[in-house]
Ligand binder design. Sequence first.
Ligand SMILES: [Zn+2]
Length: 77
Amino acid sequence: MEDVDIDELVSSLTPREENSALKSYQNTVSVPCPACEEPFDDLVVCKQNPTSLDLSQTLDLCVGVEDDRALIFTHKP
Ligand SMILES: [Zn+2]
């Protein structure tokens, strides 16, 4: 996987929620996932290390790292 330019990526996405542990964005414009190149549904940026994700559904996940932050790209199966 190539390095992700998170600022450029995030500028195309719609912010959804933010708390002390993470920030999430919705991909409303079908930006391709940097890992698998399929459009992802949401991007979660982890702000704490370690942190937990409360997933309410089963998702396929792609993971990247940028500046020591974990980036999680979710794909609905
Ligand atoms: Zn992916």
